[in-house]
Design a protein around this ligand. Sequence first.
Ligand code: PSU
Ligand code: MN
Length: 306
Amino acid sequence: MLEKYLDINPEVAQALKEGKPVVALESTIISHGMPYPKNVETALEVERIVRENGAVPATIAIIKGKIKVGVTREELEFLGTGKNILKTSRRDLPIILAKGLDGATTVATTMIAAELAGIKLFVTGGIGGVHRGAQETFDISADLQELAHTNVAVVCAGAKSILDIGLTLEYLETNGVPVLGFGTDEMPAFYTRKSGFGVDYRIDSPAEVASAAKAKWDLGLNGGMVIANPIPEQYQMDYDTITNAIESALKEAEEKGVKGKETTPFLLAKVKEITGGASLESNIQLVYNNARVGSKIAVELAKLEK
Ligand code: PSU
Ligand code: MN
């Protein structure tokens, strides 16, 4: 029945069958998070890094109404340049499939697809979260609900301070989602290593992350895990520069009345514009770093499944 909706590429399917490590990758970052051609270059380099670290990459997207787990080179190019590629979160998925449209998957939808395919580990840049001012707007990313229910561990560089990081952590706690600091006691804030908020636990090795994930799922504690991996020191941005850029972006979003699913892409694009190329370069480097760490965790998870 699932074959009607899900198309797993042969290399990924074979790896999953043999219990080899596979890393899921999202596509909203390609279609809505970075400009062309950097988006496609980055996506290809991430796939290369995953392979170099002993895992098989599976970039996930929706192509003509079918969920592709492991897109081709041509499909990556299409996702990076196409005009009508819809940002697809959980609520959008069934309609985009039924209408036969093209979609870029958010963290939430990539988790759904990964779980359907049997992939346990997913690498991204930053997760969605509770937006600043959510007390008024109710804007809380569906990524957080997905983390509450879907059994996929997500490696990210924390959450951008376009979000309310404190409320995001509270929401995750309420939903029983562990937040692990990879080699850090502090929740990273995407462009910077520090946010001023602690993590639940610090973990220093990929094997230890894998053991924690296995324990969670062995006990039937459904839901994901956040592995917050700080941007490497040499690529982090100046705290004041990025804070000012985010403040201006938030102000402009409010003035223009930007709402709903447009909010995150609008803020990301504005921050990029205000900081020139600087934020984009940091963004690329933190994703590479997440791909390195995530692949190592996938390798350890595969060992435990044997
Ligand atoms: N945060 C980033 N970069 C991104 C996103 C979030 O730093 O590209 C994307 C991810 O795909 C995430 C989505 O799942 O935005 C969240 O959107 P929303 O807030 O509308 O749920
Ligand atoms: Mn939202």
